[in-house]
Design a protein around this ligand. Structure first.
Ligand code: MN
Length: 240
């Protein structure tokens, strides 16, 4: 049997005048490979070819990155808003909606869960430290792979069925988060300060997002490995 193709969204970086191109953290494709999937990085092209790439994928990862332009959730920019990338927003929003119409399995990570929520009409907190006094430290100072806070997992969720636990340790590298959850989605993970850290569409085969970075924990945390394993296994069931 062929390994399922897991498409991973990417961004664009400019290193210097000579080097400019596709970027995504290597932990994403390492996590997919660790579970027997075939990772394919999707470059930011245009709507038509982006959809054509999604057609070829058995499952998708919407990766982390820039802040989401508040234009897409009918808000004005907060002073704490970071760097935005409108082309990426546009292509990923379209890609996520398109993937849902095809019932492709999808795991959205960090920025990904934010784009997922916005794609279906949800809103975002643009800057947690400024907008949520008393919140936890969500931009951890320790290494990316290390856990830093707890999340509570909704017991009636696919995420709970994967983890088998109501409380899980996660890393935290974000200053934005889901605010109003999109219609049709449920909250699956919440931090102790009330910040939403996971959502999913319970009617879909596998359509979820998490606010932390499980790809950077998979090599030492069996629960995070199980999350990718579950995505790859579901991808293997996608009809060709
Ligand atoms: Mn967090």
């Amino acid at each position: 049997m062929k390994a399922p193709i897991i498409g991973i969204t990417s961004t664009l970086v400019k290193i210097d005048e000579m080097s400019e191109g596709v970027y995504v953290h290597q932990d994403y494709h390492k996590a997919i490979q660790a579970c027997g999937g075939l990772p394919m990085i999707l470059p930011l092209t245009d709507e038509t070819s982006y959809r054509a790439m999604i057609d070829r994928c058995d499952a998708l990862i919407i990766s982390g990155g820039e802040d989401v332009d508040p234009l897409y959730f009918d808000a004005e920019p907060h002073p704490g808003l970071g760097k935005v990338f409108p082309l990426r927003d546009r292509l990923e929003i379209d890609a996520i909606r398109y993937a849902r119409t095809l019932d492709k399995p999808l795991l959205a990570i960090c920025r990904g869960v934010q784009v997922l929520n916005v794609a279906f009409g949800g809103t975002l907190i643009q800057d947690i430290p400024a907008q949520c006094p008393g919140s936890l430290q969500h931009s951890q100072k320790r290494a990316r792979s290390l856990d830093s806070h707890w999340v509570e997992i909704h017991p009636q969720s696919r995420l709970f069925r994967i983890f088998g636990s109501e409380k899980v340790r996660v890393n935290s590298l974000h200053h934005q988060s889901v605010e109003q959850v999109a219609d049709g989605f449920i909250t699956t993970a919440v931090a102790s300060d009330g910040i939403i850290e996971g959502i999913e569409d319970p009617k879909a085969r596998f359509f979820m997002g998490v606010q932390w970075h499980p790809e950077s924990m998979h090599s030492h945390d069996p629960l995070m490995l199980a999350l990718f394993d579950s995505l790859v296994k579901e991808g293997a069931k996608t009809p060709v």
